[in-house]
Design a protein around this ligand. Structure first.
Ligand code: BGC
Length: 390
């Protein structure tokens, strides 16, 4: 029953995404120059209060007229969050706001204390990409009491009524794009098979991970049920395939064990459904070290630089491009509307229930990416330079 309701919610989300796209908006400067941030070290959690290395608000900048906005990002470890944070900061500043941008080292306690500081230092709207969807209820109670509106950024914040809006990409569609790709590439509707599949899902604490998994598995499960797709490891449920913190190393060591137990004898692995690029990188590393058969189809999402290089090298078959400039522009529009006392733009009011009710959402459109269209998507649009991908 629960699954049926989830499927209905997910299907509605997919339909909504087909009907709407993310408005282009005024994309900010190319994110390619942000790639360097990848190598920046994060401030350890306990030094945050003294001299937070991740604090990007410039104390000496003249006080912005528009007011102060807090932007809380999960980590600098993954390329995409650096781009999200930089784009948000640039665009909010260009719209006249002062920005307190913080990265939380993938540590929930750090994120909570950074948000507390944002509340006490006078931020008027909070934009939060949660590390764990379910862990911010208490701190967001404080925001609500202080009349500070909260926009959940990319990841839904669960079980608190302090969240006013949600801005994300259509997460179900990301998974469906990956699942459909595997169906098309293996020609599951015309070939006899059977084909071997393994699954690497995302972080169980991230609400998005279930949407990615659901979008792909709603399409792939019928082929598993009829025996055309075989998961030799036997690991098919979300819980069995989840990857804590989306960590590359965790995905890699799980894949090491799967290969050793099922594919070491030359058995062909046809496809690995990876929910995002960091897990795809883990699967790819493991296959390179341990697998001798024909190279499988590997899916991903985000178009991280390392993974685009793998697309070009033929190691990863596809990714899903989520233009963080577009999401940032949309969130700046939302912030603006809230600060002016109005309602933020949304295009979905049925897909995302956070446990306290539906959160009005804006879903941007994710785009299929592979070796044939990456130049147009990523280079021509100024997201990366040719040099970034060498
Ligand atoms: C995001 C993905 C990202 C993953 C790991 C998800 O919430 O939607 O784009 O790959 O987190 O950071």
């Amino acid at each position: 029953m629960k699954r049926k309701v989830l499927s209905m919610i997910l299907a509605a989300s997919m339909l909504a995404a087909v009907l709407t796209g993310c408005g282009g908006g005024n994309a900010s400067a190319p994110a390619a120059d942000n790639a360097a941030a990848e190598t920046e070290t994060e401030a350890p959690a306990d030094t945050e209060a003294e001299a937070p290395a991740d604090t990007e608000a410039e104390a000496e900048a003249p006080a912005a007229e528009g007011g102060k906005i807090g932007v809380s990002m999960p980590t600098k470890d993954l390329q995409r969050w650096n781009q999200d944070g930089d784009n948000m900061k640039k665009e909010l500043e260009a719209s006249g706001y002062e920005v307190d941008l913080q990265y939380a080292s993938n540590d929930v306690a750090t994120q909570v204390s950074q948000i507390e500081n944002m509340i006490s230092s006078g931020c008027q709207v909070l934009v939060i990409a949660a590390i764990e969807g379910d862990s911010l209820g208490t701190v967001l109670e404080q925001a609500k009491e202080a009349n500070i509106q909260v926009i959940a950024y990319d990841r839904l914040i669960l079980n608190t009524d302090a969240v006013s809006y949600y801005a994300t990409f259509d997460n179900y569609k990301v998974g469906a794009t990956q699942g459909q790709y595997i169906i098309d590439q293996l020609k599951l509707d015309s070939e006899a098979g059977p084909f071997n599949l393994e699954i690497v899902a995302g972080d169980p604490g991230d609400n998005n991970a279930r949407f990615f998994y659901g979008g792909a598995m709603d399409l792939l499960q019928p082929y598993i049920d009829e025996g055309k797709l075989v998961v030799k490891s036997g690991q098919t449920s979300f819980e069995d395939t989840a990857t804590q913190a989306w960590a590359t190393e965790t995905a890699q060591s799980r894949m090491d064990a799967i290969i050793a137990a099922n594919y070491a004898d030359g058995t062909k692995l046809d496809a690995v459904l990876c929910s995002n690029d960091s897990t795809a990188l883990g699967a790819t590393n493991s296959l390179e070290a341990n697998y001798t058969g024909d190279w499988p189809i590997i899916t991903g999402q985000d178009c991280d630089i390392a993974n685009v290089k793998n697309l070009i090298a033929g190691k990863q078959a596809m990714s899903v491009f989520k233009d963080t400039r577009t999401l940032a522009s949309k969130v700046v529009e939302m912030v603006d509307a809230i600060m002016k006392g109005g309602e933020a733009p949304v295009n979905d009011t049925e897909s995302y229930d956070n446990g306290t009710g539906i959160i009005p959402s804006f879903l941007c459109d994710p785009v299929f990416a592979d070796v044939n269209n990456y130049k147009e998507l990523l280079i021509d649009s100024g997201y990366y330079t040719e040099a970034d991908l060498q």
